[in-house]
Design a protein around this ligand. Structure first.
Ligand SMILES: [Zn+2]
Length: 469
C-alpha cells in the first residue's frame, strides 16, 4: 500500500509586515537585499516582535481545516546552519509541551475521503538562494534576504494519500480554501511550496524536499512511487533518506540521510513569551471568517437556481465569486453567473490578464440587464465583454462604437427579411413545406444583422411574410 503525507508551506501574502519585524511581507517588489533590518538579519541585540495579525490569520486557517486551536501557543528555535537563515536558527513551532502550535489535529474532506491534518504551525520563511555559474565547479550561490522572516504557515498532513491524483485534488481544494479565506494568494510565485513523504508496502519513508509548485508536487510523488516500486521489484531495499526534486530533469535525487528532529536541537524561543489566545478572541475570529466555498455554492444553487456545476466553478474561485457578489441582484444572478463562467473565464485565465482587466461589477450588471431586456444578443455581449476587459469604457459607449445593439425596430427587421426572401426564392418555396428550411432563412437574416436580431422575433416575422404557420 502506498502512503503519502504532505507538508505544505503557505506564505501569508496578504499581511503588511514580516513575522517578527516591520519589514514588508510583500518582499517581491524590492531590489535584492533591500527589504531587511537588524531583526530579520538576526544581528546581535535585536529582538523579535510577534506580528499579531499573522497569529490571527494562521488561527483562521486552522479553524477552516477543522483543527483544534489551543488557548496557549509557543515558539521554538530550530537550529541549523545554512546561509538562507542568518540567525542560524528558524523561529517555528513544535508540539513537545502538548499542542502549542496554532492548529492541532483536524481534517478535510477530499471527495469522499477524509484527509487528517496533523498540525498547523506558524514560522518564518528563510531567505532565497540564487545559484549562478555555468557548471558545478564554478557555481556561485547568492543570498537574497528580502524573504527572510516573512510569515509562513506549515500544514502537515497524516500519510493518508494513496495516489498522486488524491494529492492533486487535495492541493486544489486547499489552494482555493486559502484564497477564499483572504490569507494568501496562491498564484504568486513561491507562495505555496511543499515537501512530501512517500513509502510503499509499509517500507522506509522517503522525504522529497524543494518542490516549488503544486504541479511539480504531483509529478514528484508519481516519480518517487515508480522509483520505489522499481527498486522493490528487484529486491533492492529502499533507504530512509531525503531526496531533492530536480525540476529541470523532473526526477528526485538523493540529498542526504534524513535528519531526525533531535538534530535540530529545538528549544523554547526565550525572546517570545507564550501567547494566550482567549476563547472570546477565537469566537471573534470565527465570526470574521469569510463564508466557506461550500456554503457559497449551496446558496447560489438554492437561492438563484444556478446549475450545480456552474455554482461550483463560481464559488471555488475568489476572483469570480467576489465579482459575482458585487454585481448581481436576484433578477440578474443567473445571467451574471452565466457570463462569468462561459465568457469571462476565457478572457482572464491568467494572473496577468486578471490584473490588467478593466472590468467592473457595474459593467457586468449592465451587461446582464441588457441581455435580459433583449437590447443586446448573447452573441454581441461576448464582443462587448472582450472590449470592456480591454478598455474599461462604459458599456453604452462600447455598444454604440461597435454597433452592437440589437435590431429591435420591427420595420427595419422586416426590410432585411424582405431582402432575404427576394435573394432566396428557392429556399422560400421549400420553406412552405419543410420547416427546417425556415431555420436556414433565419440564419441568413442573422448574417445580415451580424447576429443582432432577436431569433424569436425574426422567426415570427419570417413565417408571417412567407405565409406559413
Ligand atoms: Zn526585518
Amino acid at each position: 500500500m502506498t502512503m503519502i503525507g504532505l507538508e505544505i508551506h503557505c506564505q501569508l501574502t496578504n499581511l503588511q509586515s514580516k513575522l517578527f519585524c516591520s519589514c514588508k511581507a510583500n518582499y517581491r517588489e524590492f531590489e535584492i537585499n533591500e527589504n531587511i533590518c537588524p531583526i530579520c538579519m538576526g544581528l546581535p541585540g535585536s529582538l523579535p516582535r510577534l506580528n499579531k495579525e499573522a497569529v490571527k490569520k494562521a488561527t483562521i486557517i486552522a479553524m477552516a481545516l477543522n483543527c483544534s486551536t489551543p488557548e496557549k501557543i509557543a515558539f521554538f528555535r530550530k537550529n541549523y546552519f545554512y546561509p538562507d537563515l542568518p540567525k542560524n536558527f528558524q523561529i517555528t513551532q513544535l508540539n513537545i509541551y502538548g499542542d502549542t502550535s496554532v492548529g492541532g489535529p483536524g481534517s478535510i474532506m477530499v471527495g469522499n475521503k477524509k484527509i487528517r491534518i496533523t498540525r498547523i504551525q506558524l514560522e518564518e520563511d528563510p531567505g532565497r538562494l540564487i545559484y549562478e555559474g555555468s557548471s558545478s565547479k564554478n557555481q556561485i550561490t547568492l543570498v537574497d534576504y528580502n524573504r527572510a522572516g516573512t510569515p509562513l504557515v506549515e500544514i502537515v498532513t497524516e500519510p493518508d494519500f494513496e495516489t498522486p491524483k488524491e494529492v492533486r485534488d487535495f492541493l486544489n481544494i486547499l489552494s482555493d480554501l486559502l484564497e477564499n479565506l483572504g490569507v494568501s494568494d496562491p498564484s504568486l510565485e513561491g507562495a505555496m511550496r511543499a515537501d512530501a513523504n512517500v513509502s510503499i508496502k509499509g517500507g522506509k519513508k522517503v522525504e522529497i524536499k524543494n518542490i516549488g509548485s503544486f504541479h511539480d508536487l504531483e509529478k514528484a510523488v508519481h516519480f518517487e512511487i515508480t522509483r520505489q516500486e522499481s527498486l522493490s521489484s528487484r529486491d533492492i531495499s529502499i533507504i530512509q533518506e531525503t531526496r531533492h526534486w530536480d525540476d529541470k530533469r523532473k526526477i528526485t535525487v538523493s540529498a542526504r540521510s534524513k535528519e531526525e528532529e533531535l538534530d535540530y536541537r529545538y528549544f523554547l524561543e526565550g525572546d517570545i513569551p507564550w501567547i494566550k489566545i482567549e476563547p472570546q478572541i477565537q469566537e471573534q475570529l470565527k465570526l470574521e471568517m469569510p463564508e466557506s466555498i461550500s456554503s457559497k455554492k449551496e446558496r447560489y444553487v438554492s437561492k438563484y437556481n444556478i446549475p450545480s456545476q456552474v455554482a461550483e466553478v463560481l464559488s471555488s474561485d475568489k476572483f469570480y465569486s467576489d465579482l459575482f457578489e458585487e454585481s448581481h441582484n436576484e433578477k440578474t444572478a443567473k445571467e451574471i453567473a452565466n457570463i462569468i463562467t462561459t465568457d469571462l473565464m476565457g478572457l482572464v485565465d491568467t494572473r496577468e490578464k486578471r490584473e490588467s482587466s478593466k472590468l467592473t461589477a457595474t459593467h457586468l450588471r449592465e451587461l446582464a440587464e441588457l441581455i435580459q431586456s433583449g437590447k443586446i444578443s448573447r452573441n454581441s455581449s461576448k464582443n462587448a465583454l472582450y472590449e470592456i476587459v480591454k478598455t474599461g469604457k462604459e458599456l453604452s459607449i462600447i455598444i454604440s462604437e461597435l454597433d452592437l445593439g440589437n435590431v429591435s425596430d420591427t420595420a427595419e427587421l422586416s426590410n432585411i427579411i424582405q431582402q432575404v426572401i427576394s435573394e432566396e426564392p428557392q429556399a422560400v418555396e421549400e420553406a412552405k413545406t419543410n420547416p427546417q428550411t425556415i431555420n436556414y432563412l433565419v440564419g441568413k437574416v442573422m448574417q445580415k444583422t451580424k447576429g443582432k436580431a432577436d431569433p424569436k422575433v425574426t422567426l415570427d416575422l419570417l413565417k408571417k411574410q412567407i405565409g406559413v404557420q
